[in-house]
Design a protein around this ligand. Structure first.
Ligand SMILES: [Zn+2]
Length: 387
């Protein structure tokens, strides 16, 4: 949900966000009651082709409904789209923590107030125009849509960290000037804005001033195809909501960013500019909730230097931080992509997470020990028989 903007420092150990996304400015639909026997399936019905909910005014993203449809109990698949929608909405509402309803409502009003007063500077940013936003190599890789085509433009300098050239300089400049224009408006109007997350004092939420639709297209058309290939185990193919924002580092801005995990399944981090030194991203391995504070293996230690227009894609649970920006200003675009299906499934999961470096290390260690004990048992038996 866009109101949910927590970054989670590993020490807090609380990586759980809430399920689902609420879109702003949309009307609520009446609530119907659900009988307890109508439970969701544990695994999606892949043969079922979900309906489109794009044309409806809903308080959750239409793509959430489409994803959730594959989890509906068989008896629900034959009912009308409207009834399915009501049933699913009831479930989604259940996952909102107590008091969340009013928070969502208040955030919707906040966003509405901005959008009806703020005059955008560069209208061309508010709809998706791939040919002017992205470099040609990126567009080609996405349209080819194969692992090979993605690998051809990407490096994976450390396991699970993908870097590639993405944004055109002209797009970066337009977005930078739009953010500057927004901040000027905020100052002039003495409007109190919400910052992107709990860890940044500066920066702005792009979704709050009209860029939500464009960023949804960025996630749907460009981030999800890649995540489907590289991050399937953390819901990469079912990303259905996002939190989009910019962060600003340098003099009179945030200086650095502590070690943390994101409240996302997959994070896209693109440098927009301008001139700066320092500000490297440091990575320290992917961890589940249980292992978020464990040490790093040497192969998990990786530092990345930002280049304007260059993107980094990683799992939200990949622990990272940003070193001090020592001179100039650095502004980055962040897109936290979330999957409500993954968050729902995580609840049923056993203790082991196949995407956690520490879970994997423990599993290997258990295997090593059991092989070692089997070996010594064999040797012992062997010794007995020859004795
Ligand atoms: Zn783990």
């Amino acid at each position: 949900m866009s109101g949910d903007r927590r970054d989670v420092p590993p020490v807090a150990g609380d990586g759980n966000g809430t399920v689902a996304a609420a879109n702003s400015g949309k009307q609520a639909t009446p609530v119907v009651s659900v009988t307890p026997s109508q439970r969701l399936r544990l695994n999606p019905n892949k043969d079922h082709k979900p309906e489109s909910y794009e044309d409806l005014q809903l308080d959750f993203s239409p793509s959430v409904f489409s994803s959730l449809e594959q989890y509906l109990p068989p008896s629900m698949l034959s009912v009308s789209r409207d009834d399915k929608m009501k049933f699913m909405r009831e479930i989604l509402l259940k996952y909102l923590p107590h008091g969340e309803g009013t928070r969502v409502q208040r955030h919707r009003e906040y966003r509405q107030k901005i959008i009806s007063n703020y005059q955008p500077l560069n209208r061309e940013l508010y709809a998706m125009h791939p040919s002017t936003f992205f470099v040609p190599s990126f567009i080609k890789a996405i349209s080819d849509n194969t692992e090979e085509s993605f690998r051809s433009i990407m490096s994976e300098p450390s396991p699970g960290v993908f870097t590639f050239e993405m944004l055109q300089p002209q797009f970066c400049n337009l977005l930078l000037s739009e953010v500057e224009n927004f901040e000027k408006w905020v100052n002039d109007a003495k409007f109190r804005i919400m910052r992107p997350n709990t860890m940044n004092k500066y920066g702005a939420v792009l979704d709050d001033f009209g860029l939500e639709t464009m960023l949804d297209k960025l996630m749907d058309g460009f981030v999800r195809p890649i995540s489907k290939v590289f991050f399937p185990e953390v819901g990469g193919s079912t990303l259905d909501s996002h939190h989009g924002f910019v962060v600003e580092y340098g003099k009179d801005r945030d200086v650095d960013l502590g070690f943390h995990v994101d409240d996302s399944e997959v994070t896209l981090n693109v440098c927009l500019g301008k001139q700066f030194s320092g500000g490297e991203l440091f990575f320290r391995g992917t961890r589940c909730d249980k292992h978020v504070n464990t040490g790093s293996q040497s192969e998990e230690i990786f530092d990345y230097s930002h280049v304007p227009g260059g993107a980094v894609l990683h799992r939200g649970r990949h622990r990272h931080g940003a070193r001090a920006t020592t001179s100039g200003h650095r502004i980055n675009l962040l897109l936290w992509c979330r999957s409500s299906v993954f968050r729902e499934m995580k609840k049923y999961q056993k203790d082991f997470s196949n995407w956690c470096g520490e879970c994997l290390r423990e599993k290997k260690e258990r295997q090593r020990l059991s092989i070692a004990s089997a070996k010594s048992e064999l040797l012992r038996k062997d010794g007995e028989s020859t004795a």
